[in-house]
Write a protein that binds this ligand. Structure first.
Ligand code: BGC
Length: 655
């Protein structure tokens, strides 16, 4: 096939290229061009099967990895890379050229229905892990699509909401993860549905210019599905492809072009980028080779779950001892459908393998009898009393009682936000009633976004965040509960005490407008500023081991400021620790958050051993965005470098 340039195409062909072919393909111009197939993302390939009339039949099963929230809780760059690589194999199996992932939007509001799809409240953590995911995926010949660009942080009225954000906050918080991830050169990006300061993301030329000119993005930009309002305005702004195909929009585009409303230069710019995309994908296809068997991909899913689950509380009851009498309740422990332990919408993947059965897995590992009862309806207010009664009897007769609670796709999903940060009443009651009957109650949470657990947190002995754990999640959880794996995940988002405490709460919002009044003070930046107590801080997570931080040394080297310290495992268990490096400006002529995450490292430390750790900070770790001069600036001055086990557990500091 001869490689074409825009000069080889007629105006009509170029206009065609600006619209997709059907739902999931770029236009091939009747076979003149390679055709690119795209598919969701981000935690598995969601490719659909259609009947002969084009009616959707089913989503084809594919490896279901843990949610991006769990990946982010791993703070493990290798896990993010492995997830990208492994997903590439799934894409190759499904003949998908571009995975519509990852999404790097900031978790501004705990209620956002899509939080489980996103990495963090912190732009550095989100961007750095997305970078690895994209690079992993693309190094195996499958394209990534960075989404949803930008300031798309709530689902409520998502097609119309205007996110009203000041420039500095946009640059430092909401655009920053896109900027970092762009270093991996994603082949494509997707605009969001919302408006940004009044202008639809699909027509936001300023945003597209920042992406291309400042972040070095050299791929094609397409619309989120049906995010285009005015195809001509979008093309003029630099939106290359509209997805899915929309006959009316296409006709308007053609007539606008004929009327001179879209110039040849503008048309050529978009068409050239589409050509670049399809040839780039065709080139990438050439070196594609499956690297992992399906079994090995499931192992990747399990490893990520092991690394990303977070031990939130443990008063000595975990890990579980062999031979104990155990009761488990809650359908989440033995889900009969993937939606129970996953968020809903375009990110939901039909599992390749069987659903896990936690009671059975625990029984096998502990060599003990495990009594299981569903106990309650996950979404309900009242419990199913007969089942609840049985579950409570089991709990009363056991050494340890586990309650599996959570949300699932009925509560968390695309297209809507959660109504509350709390668990449904039936679940809270079940936890409280169980705790009344068994002093050693362990709660395992299957959810995708911060929960308000104040109603029962102090009444139970242990809490494990299993998240939307994917299909390796049952095994991973059993590994953690029994101590075969030492938990090492840390929260990638703060858990405020309640919704009213969250940093965006009380900011002006109406059906059309969300004002980001808290500015830079999102998540821990805001809680730190206000000195507010939280249920669990950003970066928090327990281990069965304990770690000592010592000997912090800073040195200025060519590569940047080197932060070196030692980590000792003072326990008799091997473990991994996530050490976090925050920067705090001591004096500044502009407003700065108290401290900001600028580096992290996850390290294995064998029992009783000491290892050295190193994190390098570049100039950008000290920079802020000057709106007066429209550029990043780094002030001379004194900065404090904080090294901690969480944002509220700083162990070392130096200036
Ligand atoms: C979602 C995107 C997704 C697309 C295609 C949209 O509704 O917002 O994240 O990639 O659908 O399924």
């Amino acid at each position: 096939m001869k490689k074409l340039t825009v000069k080889d195409l007629t105006a009509e062909e170029k206009l065609r290229l600006l619209c997709s072919e059907g739902f999931w393909h770029t236009h091939s111009l009747g076979g003149k061009l390679p055709q690119v197939t795209v598919s969701d993302g981000p935690v598995g390939v969601r490719k659909s099967e259609y009947d002969e009339n084009g009616v959707w039949k089913r989503d084809i099963p594919s490896t279901a990895y843990p949610s991006i929230q769990i990946l982010a809780n791993s703070w493990n760059r290798d896990c993010a890379r492995a997830m990208g690589e492994s997903l590439a194999d799934d894409c190759i199996d499904s003949e998908v050229d571009i995975l519509l992932a990852p999404g790097v939007n900031i978790k501004r509001n705990p209620l956002n229905g899509r939080n489980f799809e996103y990495f963090s409240e912190d732009p550095y953590l989100a961007g750095s892990l997305a970078y690895e995911y994209i690079d992993g995926l693309q190094s195996c010949g499958v394209g990534a699509c960075l989404k949803h660009y930008y300031a798309n942080n709530l689902e409520y009225n998502r097609f119309e909401q205007s996110s009203e954000v000041d420039e500095r906050t946009l640059r430092e918080i909401y655009l920053k993860p896109f900027q970092i991830a762009c270093k991996a050169k994603p082949v494509s990006a997707m605009c969001s549905y919302n408006r940004i300061n009044g202008i639809y993301a699909s027509e936001n030329k300023k945003g597209f210019d920042i992406l291309r000119r400042e972040f070095g993005f050299d791929g094609a930009i397409y619309s989120d599905w049906e995010a285009v309002r005015n195809r001509t305005a979008a093309a003029k702004a630099g939106l290359d492809i509209e997805f899915p195909f929309n006959q009316k929009n296409y006709e308007i585009l053609v007539s606008d072009y004929k009327a001179g409303l879209l110039s040849d230069e503008e048309l050529d710019a978009c068409a050239a980028r589409v050509l670049k995309l399809v040839y780039r994908c065709a080139e990438m296809r050439k070196d594609r080779k499956i690297k992992r068997t399906k079994q090995e991909r499931l192992a990747v899913a399990r490893t990520i779950a092991q690394e990303g689950m977070v031990l939130l509380k443990n008063e000595g009851v975990l890990p579980l001892c062999k031979g104990i009498k155990l009761s488990v309740c809650g359908e989440f422990a033995a889900p009969g459908r993937c939606g129970l332990v996953a968020g809903g919408g375009s990110a939901m993947v039909q599992w390749l393998g069987k659903f896990f059965n936690l009671p059975q897995l625990l029984g096998e590992r502990l060599g003990s009898e495990v009594k299981y009862e569903a106990g309650f309806w996950p979404k309900g207010i009242a419990s199913n009393w007969q089942k609840a009664h049985k579950a409570l009897l089991n709990a009363a007769e056991s050494d340890v009682a586990i309650v599996c609670a959570g949300t699932g796709s009925d509560i968390e999903g695309e297209g809507g936000d959660r109504e509350s940060m709390r668990l449904p009443a039936a679940q809270e009651n079940m936890i409280l009633e169980t705790a009344r009957r068994n002093a050693k109650t362990v709660v395992v949470l299957f959810a995708g976004s911060a929960l308000d657990i104040s109603a029962w947190k102090d009444k139970v002995s242990a809490i494990v965040w299993a998240g939307f754990c994917g299909e390796g999640g049952g095994e991973a959880l059993a590994d953690i509960l029994t101590g075969a794996v030492n938990p090492s995940g840390k929260l990638s988002e703060s858990f405020p005490l309640c919704l009213e405490d969250s940093t965006s709460y009380g900011a002006y919002s109406d059906p059309c407008v969300s004002r980001y009044q808290e500015g830079l003070d999102v998540g821990y930046r805001g809680y730190d500023r206000q000195g507010k107590e939280v249920a669990f801080p950003f970066g928090y997570g327990l281990s069965y081991a304990s770690f000592d931080y010592r000997e912090l040394k800073l040195s200025v080297e060519d590569k940047g400021i080197c932060v070196r310290f030692t980590l000792s495992n003072t326990s008799d268990r091997d473990g991994k620790e996530v050490a976090q490096v925050y920067v705090r400006p001591m004096v500044s002529f502009v407003y700065r958050p108290e401290k900001e995450l600028k580096g992290y490292v996850k390290i294995f430390v064998a029992a009783g051993k000491t290892v050295s750790a190193e994190v390098t900070l570049g100039t950008d770790a000290f920079a802020y965005y000057s709106t007066a001069e429209d550029c990043w600036k780094t002030e001379d001055g004194i900065y404090e470098i904080l090294v901690g086990a969480s944002s509220r557990d700083i162990r070392l500091h130096a200036k």
